[in-house]
Design a protein around this ligand. Structure first.
Ligand code: CTP
Ligand code: MG
Length: 238
């Protein structure tokens, strides 16, 4: 295991595609908030020094209170869970988190609050995978053909065997991801994942094969699938 790894969990979105008044990370899945599932998976990792949970400004106090009440499974090996405020875009939220990491933090894992099903094996594999290149992400080969579309017309069809769908966790050497985000801010780059900024800086990013069950809960049917999946896992255990 790599020392001094901190985890940033972006949870400051408002869940427009899910709809409803409560942001999806706080919606119940099998009786507890999605965020609770996600944090429970992360605290299973030994030797993580800190989890930094980034929520919308209006949710900071409430989330601190929630997290302090949660039992995140035993034994809890992570030293502490901190809660701080995010920003307008996901990248703003992660950038805020990067600025709050302790000096001694060497590695940064970034994992979406709304991916409750990343397995310990996957989290560990991405973590280990970052050691060589300094940047490693989970991704799965696309089973669908992907086309680029502009103004309602197809402009390109990508070779399916080269298309990978990107997930989190993503793990980086802190220096690399911080430099990439600094450059993204100064150049106005936009990106929906963290690795894209590292790529644009010209640094290598390696891939570990993710899990098709490691979904990002995005729309109401994802939540239905998630309920079904948990029920299936639990009936398998009985
Ligand atoms: N996120 C964040 N800060 C933002 C936007 C998103 O921390 N300003 C987080 C979300 O809370 C989520 C993760 O980034 O855990 C992935 O984003 P996404 O699935 O797009 O969530 P939302 O932005 O909340 O959903 P939507 O795009 O449908 O509004
Ligand atoms: Mg979003």
């Amino acid at each position: 295991m790599m020392n001094n790894t901190c985890v940033i969990v972006p949870a400051a979105g408002s869940g427009v595609r899910m709809g409803g008044a409560i942001p999806k990370q706080f919606l119940n899945l099998a009786g507890r908030p999605i965020l609770h599932h996600t944090l429970s998976a992360l605290v299973k990792m030994p030797s993580l020094s800190m989890i930094l949970l980034i929520v919308a400004e209006g949710y900071v106090a409430k989330t601190r209170q929630l997290v302090s009440q949660w039992r995140l499974g035993q034994p809890v090996t992570v030293a502490e869970v901190r809660v701080a405020a995010g920003g307008r875009e996901r990248s703003d939220s992660v950038y805020n988190g990067l600025g709050m990491l302790p000096e001694e933090c060497e590695w940064v894992m970034i994992h979406d609050a709304v991916r409750p099903f990343a397995s310990p094996a996957l989290i560990r594999a991405v973590w280990e995978g970052a050691r060589a290149t300094g940047a490693c992400i989970a991704a799965v080969p696309s089973t669908d053909t992907v086309k680029l579309v502009r103004d309602g017309n197809v402009c390109q069809t990508l070779a399916r065997d080269e298309v990978w769908l990107v997930q989190t966790p993503q793990v980086f050497r802190k220096q690399i991801v911080t430099a990439a985000y600094e450059r993204a801010v100064s150049k106005g780059w936009k990106g929906t994942d963290d690795a894209s900024f590292v790529e644009r800086m010209g640094s290598p990013v390696s891939i570990v094969e993710g899990e098709r069950t490691n979904i990002k809960v995005t729309s109401p049917e994802d939540l239905q699938w998630a309920e079904w999946y948990i029920a299936t896992i639990e009936s398998g255990r009985r």
